[in-house]
Design a binder for this molecule. Structure first.
Ligand SMILES: [Zn+2]
Length: 174
């Protein structure tokens, strides 16, 4: 299966690319907003738009590690590399600019739910800290809710729960 993104509302639609041949044009109607749009099947076009169906932490791991979003009923597995500084995490939505936009139908996941800050201390070690957005449903670290102004240091393997969505921090490749 391949995915295309609705140009109007940004939702993904899936289709079976093996039923079509290269060069063929397909018309889609978005389930969500009703927008009609077409794509032409071609090698470049297909490789450009869809995401990797089974991303691998080793491939996505940058200098500052990554977060893995576990697959659930609202979305598939996603991996996002972290950058130095603030990494705001939330539900992907048109018009909200954050570093880690999770493609998900989980409405208990805010558009700007929490932040993982990455910085180096004087010894050059990378320090990761987690704080809440503030979000409507709260940010949980290992099942403990964070206080409104709380900022806690987190390490490799930290389990973060945002609404019905679970993330795992990966700071290094094994
Ligand atoms: Zn749409």
């Amino acid at each position: 299966m391949k995915r295309v993104r609705c140009p109007k509302c940004d939702k993904f639609l899936s289709f079976d690319e093996t039923r079509y041949s290269e060069g063929q044009s397909l018309v889609f109607v978005c389930d969500d907003c009703g927008k009609q749009f077409s794509i032409r099947i071609g090698k470049n076009k297909l490789n450009e738009t869809p995401k990797n169906d089974n991303p691998n932490e080793q491939d996505e791991m940058g200098e500052f590690g990554c977060v893995t979003v576990l697959e659930n009923v609202f979305g598939y597995k996603q991996i996002f590399p972290l950058s130095e500084g603030d990494n705001y995490i939330g539900r992907r939505c048109v018009g909200t600019v954050i570093q880690i936009p999770i493609e998900s139908g989980d409405m208990s996941l805010d558009r700007r739910h929490c932040n993982i800050n990455v910085k180096r201390n004087k010894q050059g070690e990378i320090i990761y800290s987690l704080s809440d957005g503030p979000s409507l449903t709260g940010t949980f670290l290992m099942n403990e809710i964070l206080g409104p102004k709380e900022r806690v240091n987190i390490e490799d393997g930290a389990i973060i729960t945002l609404g019905a969505t679970t993330l795992i921090l990966r700071t290094k490749s094994e």
